[in-house]
Structure formats: C-alpha cells, structure tokens
Design a protein around this ligand. Sequence first.
Ligand SMILES: [Zn+2]
Length: 505
Amino acid sequence: MNTAYSRHKRHIRISTFMLLLLSVLLAACTVPELSATPQSESIPNTITLTILYTDDEHGWMEGWNQGPGAAELLGLWQAQFGYDPADPRFLVLSGGDNWTGPAISTWFKGESMVEVMNAMGYDASAVGNHEFDFGLENMQHTVSLADFPYLAANMRTKPHEQLPANLGIQPYTLIDVNGLRVGIIGLANLRTPQVTNPANVQAFDFTPYVEALQQTVPQVRDAGADVVMVVGHLCNQELRHTALKTQDLDIVLFGGGHCHETLAERAGDAVLITGGPYLATYAWAKLTVNTATGEVLRAEYDVEANRGGATDPKVAEIVARWRAETEATLGEPIGYLAQTLPERSEPILRLITETWLLGYPNADVAITNRGGVRDALRAGPVTIADIISVMPFDNVLIDMTMTGAQIEAFMQAQGKKIFAGGIQQNGDSWVLNPTGEPLRRDAVYHVLVNDYMYAGGGSYQKLAEYDPQGYDTGIDWRQPVIDWILAQKSTPEQPLDEAIRALGK
Ligand SMILES: [Zn+2]
C-alpha cells in the first residue's frame, strides 16, 4: 500500500500539464521497498518525518502468542527505517491502552510497560480507556514515570471543565524537529466511561472530538506549531469521520486505536493510520514537509507485521527483569481459604463470574465455561500460581450485548457446560441478582464472556453471532478474581469462605 501524493495550498491553481509532470516525477522517485539507510532530505528546504505508530499494546512486551515483542519491534525499526531515538525526525506515537493485559504489565499497574516504552523512545501517547483501570492515583504515578506525555484534549474535570493537569494529562505537546515545530494533540475515546470501571472516570467529562480539535488546533498553532497531528483512542470509523469534519484545520496525520484494527489510508489531505493491537503489527508514515510553510509535499504510509527484527538487547534486558519480577510474585499468598473449593463447583464458578462483574461493573451478566476451570482451589494460603492452576488459559474478557431472550436460549442450550453470574434461575425463568427483577426478553444486556467462548471455541455456539461487535476489554480473565481476593485482606483467622458465599447474593 505504499502511496505517494503531493499536497498543495488550495489557492494555487495547478495546470493539468504540471500535474502530469509532477505525477511522472513522483512515480519515478517512489521507492517500493524501504531502504535500511537513514532517511535523507532529498528535496531542499524539507524535513522528512518518520512516524512509527502502535496502539492497544496492552502490555504485550513479550510478544503476542509467543511472537516477536517490544525488543524485536525496536530492532525491526532500526533495520527498516534506521530508527534512532536521538534523531528528532522520528516520532514514535501510541494510540493508547498501553498497560492492561498480561501479568507482566497488569500486576505492576503499567509501570513495566512504561519503562519499555521509554526505552523504545516513544514521544507521545493518547489516553486510552484502560489507562484508568488501576485508579487515578496509580494513573498519575505511572504517567509521571513516562518520558513522554499522555494526551487528551477532550477530557475535562467536572464541574468546572478544567484540564486534568493534576493527573499529568495534557491536551497537546510540541516537538521541535530541527526547527520544525510539530504539534501533537491527543483525543480520549468518548465512550471511556462505558469501557473502564466508571468509578475511575466519574470526575471527568469526555467532549466530542471535532469540537475539541476546533478549540485546540488554534491554540497549538498559537503556541508555534508548523505542523499538527492527532493521536486518538478512536476506532477507524470515528477517526475517518473526525478527519473529514476537520479538513479546514489542516491536520496532516491522524492515528487511531481502541477497536484493535489496522488502517493506512487518506481522508482528504490527511493520512490516517492505526497500528493494530499487542505490538503484533505497527503502522508507519513518512511525511516530507516544507519547512517554510509546513505543507506536506509527499506522504507514504502502511501497516506492517512485527516480524524479522533483531532483538534489541537493552529492551530485552528490561523485559527479562520484569519477567523475573512476575515469577517472584507467583508464590506470594494473596488470601486464605478454610475449605477447598472443588474443581468446576458452583462456589468456584461464582467466584470467577461475580468478581468479573465487580471488576467491570458496566456488565450485567457474566458467563464462563466449566471446561475452562482446571483445578480445585485448595484450603490454606491462596497464591497467584493457584489461580493460574484453576484458570490456566490466557483468556481475556469480551464485553458483548445480548437480549434477555438470547441469554435464556443460550443458557438453555448449553446447560451444565456453562455458568452465569449476575443472574440466577427461578423456576423456568431467570432473575437479575442485584434486584431480583426478571430478565426481560426484549431488553439488551451487557454480557462478559471469555474470548474462547466468544469465538465459538470447543463445542460452544459462537457467541459472536449474537454480537459481532463485542468489545475486547484486554482484561485477563483471572485479574478480577485476583484483585477481589487481594481486596478482602483475608487471614487464616478471617478466611475468604464467607465472602465467597456472599458473592452475587
Ligand atoms: Zn480502548
């Protein structure tokens, strides 16, 4: 998808002949394969900016599905683009959701991932909904550890509509690239309160994207920006819409995220890129900018797999240190149990599904498969290693919608193979646990399921058929269980048993 184009001020009329000549010249100098040599400024009075873009990293520094991770991605960038973090012409940007994911990131509330991103030379990240997952105090701390800013121009503190500066979040940043000032504006997702624990974001308003850009772009230009870019935790559809509605603002590049998609295309004059989740892929763009006018004279952009890069030793060392730290925490007791919860028993299934709902209160119902539960939880000290024995699969939680009638039909068809939290059977019908209200057949409910069931793993009916737009929360399915057990602060004298019995009651 390597593409080249030329962009001109709209008031200059270009003759057909000039256009033809230009396209011939451009076609002649379009390089189909990227060279491994550092970029050169072949056109006088221009700077070529190379944007390296990831989003929804979700802490996968070790690589998704045993694939290449952060150290290999850095090695790939060095080989493919001649990337050097000290060269200001490279801008490494993220679309947000950096932290929540596997234990190596989640157990350290994102601190490990920020250290990796610092070493990779990130210049800015949008604020993803999952940046709020560990609470505001932690967010402020983790943001303060980053060598790069977290950006959201559409986030305000209630009730006085102040910028959330005390969290360390800023609306934009300015980067000096050999005299060319690049303004980067961030956008948080409007649906943030629906896709993180709402308690963590109740103090904030998230304002519409187009309005936020109409307000912020002039401020960034007043502050001296020659070129303006946006990093947004926005799905491709929202990103396209926002780009088309703000064409008059001359934003040269929009980066997206959140929906785990990839994208490399144009909307009007702007380049749109989304890198895809888990560092398995990334997007890049090369923009040749006229240093006098800030015009983009040429753009190339694409999405590529994180494949074939040599391991960067510095990042590999950081990842190995956090891996050792993760292993060291596995054997530490997180709670105490007086009586064993047998494998696949109702108490163990209730512990799993009801703690999902406590950890992700936007959902009404939680359904899991008994087959995913592979051990008893034994009496005595409970460790994270014990939870991993009970739930050995690396599943994540999907937030999907189903009608009451669909939930009933699914529960009926799957019978004892599955277990639901948030609802219980009352004769022939189902009632919602907290209120005792019957499940309404035509009402739409948010249902948490593991990604294995969602995709129709095993012999389960594919839940994705009910809702193909299910939201991948990126949350490890064990994490809410671990968080809840820790929060009980149980002891041998005051074990967990009573609190587990009370779950969902
Ligand atoms: Zn997100």
